[in-house]
Design a binder for this molecule. Sequence first.
Ligand SMILES: C[S@@+](CC[C@H](N)C(=O)[O-])C[C@H]1O[C@@H](n2cnc3c(N)ncnc32)[C@H](O)[C@@H]1O
Length: 218
Amino acid sequence: MTNWIQRWNSNKTGWHKNTINTRLLEFINCLALQKGDTVFVPLCGKSRDMMYFLEHGYKVVGVELSALAIEAFFVENNIEYFVQKMDKFNVYNAQNICIFCGNYFNLDVTHLNMISAVYDRASLIALPADLRAKYTQHLYVIMPNNCRMLLLTLNYPQSQISGPPYAVNEAEVALLFKTGFECEQLQCFDDIQNELKYQQANIDFIEKASYCIRKTKE
Ligand SMILES: C[S@@+](CC[C@H](N)C(=O)[O-])C[C@H]1O[C@@H](n2cnc3c(N)ncnc32)[C@H](O)[C@@H]1O
């Protein structure tokens, strides 16, 4: 089991990127956002993609286990914040963004009733298989009806290298989002030429896939 707090404390955060994810730029339209809408970013780390949403007139709600990650997000982006306690969370608040510090699985509908969309980059694929099923079941409980989600995944031969990030193929995504969701794959391509770590480990391929998902009526 990954010790995420330990990863943050020892600066082993190789997943973090200082640039905006190109697949977010390419597929943001699938979220059908209106200015002022709120995007939920589960397992958000200190993702710069949250800044992209803020800079384009959207609001953000995140959830993250590590207080260090959340504080780094606000400090590195020069955003002033204050912290309040709410239920099992410390909530970091600033203009147009709040990040719940605590366990994603402790969120309930009341924390997220204002969201219009979900953005998942490196969140589902951060979790081992049993937690991935739990993650999507919980998403179903906390997402409002009709809410859309942009999901970005990786798939590679899991027998050749261990995760995280874990390999999640199209069949697994279809299964995870089979009940209560509509799920469309937008794109899937092999990006091994840009993935040095996987090239050096002689991995055969690393597919990057994007999905547009919508929660259908209960
Ligand atoms: C691989 S990182 C991805 C972060 C972010 N989505 C990004 O694109 O940079 C996964 C993050 O999920 C956080 N995390 C893991 N399990 C969690 C949980 N149950 N609740 C909240 N955060 C969690 C970790 O601390 C870590 O920052």
